[in-house]
Ligand binder design. Structure first.
Ligand SMILES: Cc1ncc(COP(=O)(O)O)c(C=O)c1O
Length: 381
């Protein structure tokens, strides 16, 4: 695979086997979408052997020992579709979240649910408002299905600008999409302010609160918007097992919402257990309350993040105050060069276009990986 772009390889392989004209569009849906012109132009392989993955906000310490054990045990069920296991997991989650199973929808990663929600918004032909930059999958799918995406720039501290978001809501806004803490900026807004905002906005339109990184916040400060759902608000909360739980490659996420919203979203999903595998259900159940593993991840992540924070501070490069497993900062050299040169040095990162500038988003790996990355970055600069 060396010297061949994964995207190009996938396109040609899919083209050869299927010979279907709309394959490139399909491929673009399946691959992580480029978030900058530099990424569109960058064609080297993201599968290069031994590359340190600082591009997808994964947990370098996962899966937890408890999850690993459960995965092995689950192999006995590997010949069976996960119908019952999915139903029983939904009940388990409902109990954990304090809602009914009708409030829950399970997906093959939370990405599946973001796509499904985006398709719904698009097919209903309306508008979606979100901060920018943010995790754009829902809006990408909404736009593909005919919706308009109203983007509201984050403020000077790279935080969601709630006032501006509120002003962008129109009578035909179908959904507000928010991520707190946000990807790619890593910033967190105060949970009281956030909750008041979600509660007020949900009187006008559906509010989607993506909580993919909530568990990176200290437990005493973690506050989920599920509380609003329990009070009847039109809020959708999504969570994933890909981040702090370290199960990104096994794929499991879920949303909590009013039962009517769940029914509406379910129309666009191939659900019912056929989309989920036995191994991930077993793993998730085994590690969802593993506070020791989560604490270890939070602590190691903070120590490793500090390695890069200290370096950026030393170089006078500003960055968003990150509460999660990434840092976002203005690209110190042009995006195409930094992508090529960090990859050459053995590190995969992302480059974003935002506010007329290029920005690096670097996921936090282990402490050793971050030390290596800083040394490589220093040579490039
Ligand atoms: C904010 C946010 N939501 C959702 C996802 C999707 O995660 P998954 O599909 O692995 O659950 C990501 C992945 O990076 C993310 O950053």
């Amino acid at each position: 695979m060396e010297n061949v772009s994964r995207r190009k390889w996938f396109k040609s392989a899919a083209g050869l086997t299927v010979g279907f004209v709309s394959i490139p569009a399909l491929v673009d849906q399946l691959m992580a979408a480029p978030v900058s012109e530099a990424e569109r132009l960058h064609t080297s392989s993201i599968l290069k052997d031994g590359i340190v993955r600082l591009g997808s906000n994964e947990n370098p310490y996962g899966p937890s020992p408890k999850a690993r054990e459960a995965i092995v045990a689950s192999l006995n069920e590997g010949n069976r579709y996960a119908f019952e296991a999915t139903t029983s997991f939904k009940k388990f989650l409902a109990q954990k979240e304090g809602v009914t199973p009708d409030h829950i929808m399970i997906g093959n990663g939370s990405s599946e649910l973001l796509c499904v929600a985006g398709i719904g918004v698009g097919l209903e032909g309306k508008r979606v408002v979100s901060p920018f930059p943010t995790f754009r999958l829902l809006m990408d799918f909404a736009e593909r299905m005919g919706a308009t995406w109203d983007r509201v720039d984050v403020n000077g501290k790279l935080e969601l600008d709630l006032e501006k978001i509120a002003s962008a809501v129109r009578s035909d806004t179908r959904m507000i999409f928010l991520v707190n803490p946000n990807n790619p900026t890593g910033t967190l807004i105060d949970f009281n302010a956030y909750q008041n905002f979600c509660e007020e906005m949900a009187k006008k339109t559906t509010v989607y609160s993506d909580e993919a990184y909530l568990e990176f916040v200290e437990p005493s400060q973690q506050r989920s918007m599920v509380e609003l759902i329990k009070k009847g608000s039109d809020v959708i909360v999504s969570r994933t097992f890909s981040k702090i739980y370290g199960l990104a490659g096994l794929r499991l996420g879920y949303v909590i919402a009013q039962p009517d919203r769940i029914k509406q979203m379910s129309k666009y999903q191939m659900g019912g257990g056929i989309n989920i595998n036995q191994a991930v259900l077993a793993a998730a159940k085994a590690c969802v309350d593993d506070t020791t593993f989560m604490k270890m991840t939070r602590e190691k992540n903070a120590t490793a993040r500090k390695v890069l924070e200290d370096y950026l501070t030393k170089r006078n490069i500003s960055f968003g105050k990150s509460h999660i497993n990434l840092l976002f900062f203005p690209a110190p050299v042009d995006g195409k060069t930094i992508l090529a040169q960090t990859e050459e040095a053995g590190y995969q990162i992302r480059v974003w276009d935002y506010a007329g500038k290029e920005w690096c988003r670097v996921s936090i790996g282990t402490q050793e990986e971050m030390q290596g990355f800083v040394t490589a970055l220093d040579k490039i600069l």
